[in-house]
Design a binder for this molecule. Structure first.
Ligand code: C2E
Ligand code: CA
Ligand code: CA
Length: 372
């Protein structure tokens, strides 16, 4: 059944623009009735369709505003239905009814997007660097660049509070480009100071398939001085949402000498076998498995299996969220290659990380001299 067939002759459907439609239902007595119709529309729209033998399925989110409770003016009703639609989009359900609380959240969200745009161009973002340790030698093997927002009034804001909004609002690409350039600038600076440490940068799903990513990396590598080695951390869902396109992009990056790590491994639905055909070097086991390893035998066996299979495929393994010595020892016994977490060190501003790197280089030199 098409969406139109669910409606009565007195109802109307109009296209507001792009992929947005408005449905006006008349003579309803409660928001619940509108919700029932909306749910039927969602079901009808999401019925798979067949085009030239290929099956397609689309989804939709519906926001509801009801007169006179939510307003009597058409523009106000439309705007409030729009607010509810964003609630539906962000949540689990496909249908949401307007509430004044959602309006407050929407205004806050719009303010955040505006401020974030400013932050990207206004030098309010800053990268902190967290060490990744070689579990066999205990040496600092590489660092991961993690973005923070130095907000003028809220202080240091962590990425979980703004990266998802940046992704939804379509401004993750400028943020990623900034992070990539800043990490490469720092890497070049370290390189010039004799510190040759690989730097890992996080890449969001949408960014992987944006041509500007490869362009930024290529442009940087074509520059006058070489930065140190670069690694890109990409979540498994980003790679597997379009594996054919991912192979092409990753191959171009790898050709430039970039290493690829699959981030948050285990949280998506992929198997390591699916990664086999991708030019990938590392797998980062998600911290949720590492944190529960001692108390949950299933988590311990997941970590063990990921280590084993990754090695079979020639990939090295990084365990995230290593918070205790016990966890570090356990991972080392399991043959895990690298560890990252509070046990080894939190993410630090570049100056502090420089001191740590110089220190670890000095102690390495000392060890080498002593063994000589
Ligand atoms: P992630 O890539 O999984 O990064 C690791 C997160 O775990 C970091 O949180 C780090 O501070 C935290 N962490 C480190 N050690 C431990 C530990 O022992 N225990 C626990 N529980 N957590 C630990 P952070 O810095 O808040 O970053 C959160 C997420 O934000 C990152 O998760 C990443 O997905 C995203 N993110 C950070 N920087 C960037 C960026 O420049 N670009 C993009 N696209 N995403 C970023
Ligand atoms: Ca990461
Ligand atoms: Ca991660």
């Amino acid at each position: 059944m098409s969406g139109r067939e669910l409606l009565r002759a007195s109802d109307s459907v109009g296209r507001l623009g792009g992929d947005e439609f408005a449905v006006v239902l008349s003579g309803l007595s409660s928001p619940d009735e509108a919700t029932t119709v909306a749910e039927k529309i969602v079901d009808a729209v999401s019925t798979p369709i067949n085009v030239d033998g290929h099956e397609f399925q689309i989804g939709c989110s519906i926001g509801i505003a009801v007169a006179p409770v939510h307003g009597t003016e058409p523009t106000q009703l439309l705007q409030r239905a729009d607010v509810a639609m964003y609630v539906a989009k962000a949540g689990e359900a496909s249908v949401a009814v307007y509430t004044p609380a959602a309006d407050v959240a929407r205004i806050a969200r719009l303010a955040l997007i505006g401020e974030l745009r400013q932050a990207i161009v206004g030098e309010q973002l800053v990268l902190h660097y967290q060490p990744i340790i070689d579990l066999r030698t205990g040496e600092l093997a590489r660092v991961e660049a993690l973005v923070r927002w130095n907000h003028p009034t809220r202080g240091l804001v962590m990425p979980d509070d703004f990266i998802p909004t940046a992704e939804q609002a379509g401004i993750i690409m400028p943020l990623t480009t900034w992070a990539l350039r800043d990490a490469l600038r720092q890497s070049r600076l370290w390189h010039s100071e004799g510190i040759n440490i690989p730097v890992a940068v996080n890449i969001s799903a949408q960014t992987l398939h944006d041509p500007r990513l490869v362009a930024t990396v290529e442009e940087w590598y074509a520059g006058p001085t070489t930065p140190g080695p670069l690694e890109l951390e990409i979540t498994e869902s980003a790679v597997l949402s379009d594996p054919d396109a991912a192979v092409v992009v990753l191959a171009r990056l790898v050709a430039k000498g970039v290493r690829i790590a699959i981030d948050d491994f285990g949280t998506g639905y992929s198997s390591l076998a699916q990664l086999k055909r991708l030019p990938v070097h590392s797998v980062k086991v998600d911290k949720s498995f590492v944190a529960e390893m001692h108390t949950d035998r299933r988590d311990a066996s997941i970590v063990q299996t990921v280590i084993h299979l990754s090695h079979t495929l020639g990939l090295d393994v990084v365990a995230e969220g290593v918070e205790t010595e016990k966890a570090a020892d356990h991972l080392t016994r399991l043959g895990c290659d690298y560890g990252q977490g509070w046990h080894f060190g939190v993410a630090l501003p570049a100056v502090d990380m420089t001191a740590v790197l110089l220190n670890s280089a000095q102690s390495r030199d000392r060890d080498e001299l002593e063994s000589f």
